[in-house]
Design a binder for this molecule. Structure first.
Ligand SMILES: [Zn+2]
Ligand SMILES: [Zn+2]
Length: 450
């Protein structure tokens, strides 16, 4: 019988569930761990209720599986298309995990390095977070855009680290991971923090505080005592059952779940046993800017002639010295809008999700080098720019859901120095979503006044 290999080798599997390719240890070491049942091995694709089921991502849609001649098993084998961005899960493969958990010996105390003060709303939320962590319960923080939700977490996080808990903060966007990591490192300078996103090089999954995109969560397994899901309503999380599955798989059995959202959908709000705290006021105490609807006729036809509706042009010309986001319904329309703006000598840049210059463009906008940015819904969240005005062209388009429109309006008036600004919905026919978004904002303002 071979000697069991050193425990250090196991570290890469702590709180993880990985494919063979994702584990670096040699086959001999893996074999002896399997024999000792220190590492567990399970089929990666199984049949459940007569349906294929991907154990990594929870996919069970028949159309999201495919077959291919497999180089590994030399047969025609099935793989999961749904989580393929993390490497192929095939029917001839297994997932590996370990029951052994890293010892949470490092109880961090006095870890919070933050001298700011919380608004009354933030204080209420902060206390609820601490309580949820103590009681290992589930909490939804429904906080308006600009309420300052990151600060609401500070005291709860401190409490969790003091107890030696492992914490995951999951967020749909890589941008947000990159923005939050340095910010939280400043606030918790003695707590090791690792960030996981596509292309990141974080290696140690036993780090007590992990900030990850929701996709990366698919590789974690029974790892966390506290899970915070940021922007729980945001694409892709709300449309993607597999990411909910990922969060469920990543938690330890009694984990605290904290959901953050400005626009939670009904199914979430009605989750049994989920306590909700509503923060209807921004941290600076000013109301949310209410959108104005402006009919602009058949704007698509205008774009085909490389021009824009007159009221849109007038509005843009009036704000040539102010930062402005102009939201468009699709990437395809950005080129047409850009051509029209050129024709009217309005300097601008465009940006969309897969734009290779996306980060430099947003950075130039932040610095004030660009004043007008024409964007898809990619910038609807997570971006804070002072003195911003926003307009939506074609607010009636189906991509502009109630939640997207509330988020877009929520970009405006975020700084204490300039808490107001314009939110214009240019449209060719009002939609239910537009009306719902406006009602939502007005309702939050009423509640904020109470
Ligand atoms: Zn195969
Ligand atoms: Zn899958």
């Amino acid at each position: 019988m071979p000697h069991p290999p050193q425990k250090a080798l196991l570290a890469e599997l702590y709180g993880r569930r990985l494919l063979r390719d994702e584990i670096s240890m040699l086959q001999t070491a893996l074999d002896s761990y399997l024999q000792a049942e220190t590492i567990l091995k399970e089929p990666a694709l199984i049949t459940q209720n007569h349906r294929l089921f991907c154990v990594r991502c929870g996919n069970q849609h028949p159309e999201r599986f495919a077959k291919h001649p497999c180089a590994r098993c030399q047969r025609i084998c099935t793989y999961c298309r749904h989580c393929i961005m993390l490497g192929k899960v095939r029917s001839c493969e297994h997932l590996y995990s370990t029951k052994i958990q890293p010892r949470t010996s490092s109880h961090h105390s006095h870890v919070l390095n933050w001298k700011g003060t919380l608004s009354p709303g933030q204080t209420k939320a902060s206390e609820a977070v601490i309580k949820a962590i103590e009681e290992q319960s589930a909490l939804l923080i429904w906080a308006v855009c600009g309420a300052g939700k990151t600060e609401m977490l500070f005291h709860g996080l401190e409490h969790a680290f003091t107890k030696g808990y492992r914490v995951l903060l999951a967020t749909p966007r890589t941008d947000v991971v990159k923005e939050l990591t340095p910010r939280l490192t400043n606030v918790f300078p003695t707590v090791p923090i690792a960030s996981y996103y596509g292309g990141s090089d974080a290696k140690d999954p036993s780090t007590p505080f992990i900030i990850a995109t929701t996709h990366q969560v698919l590789r974690f397994y029974k790892a966390f005592d506290v899970i915070i899901v940021d922007e729980v309503d945001a694409f892709p999380y709300s449309y993607d059952k597999s990411l909910q599955y990922a969060v469920t798989e990543a938690r330890k059995p009694n984990a605290t779940m904290i959901y953050l959202s400005a626009t939670p959908d009904k199914p979430l709000r009605q989750t049994p046993g989920l306590q909700t705290i509503k923060i209807a006021k921004r941290y600076h105490g000013h109301p949310l800017p209410v959108p104005t609807f402006r009919w602009c006729g058949h704007w698509r036809r205008k774009l085909q002639k490389s021009t824009l509706p007159q009221n849109v042009l007038d509005w843009l010309k009036q704000r040539q010295r102010k930062p402005v986001f102009l939201f468009a319904p699709s990437v395809a329309l950005l080129t047409q809008i850009s051509a029209a703006l050129h024709k009217h000598s309005l300097p601008h840049q465009t940006v969309h999700a897969t734009d290779p210059n996306r980060h430099t463009t947003v950075e130039a906008f932040r610095k004030g080098d660009i004043k007008l940015l024409v964007t898809t819904t990619i910038l609807e969240r997570g971006v804070t720019i002072a003195n911003l005005d926003v307009a939506v062209l074609g607010a009636e388009d189906a991509v502009f859901t109630e939640s997207a429109l509330v988020q877009i309006a929520g970009r405006v008036g975020r700084s204490t120095d300039d808490p107001t600004g314009d939110v214009l919905f240019f449209h060719y026919g009002r939609t239910k979503a537009m009306l719902a978004a406006k009602r939502h904002i007005q309702q939050m303002n009423r509640e904020g006044d109470e």
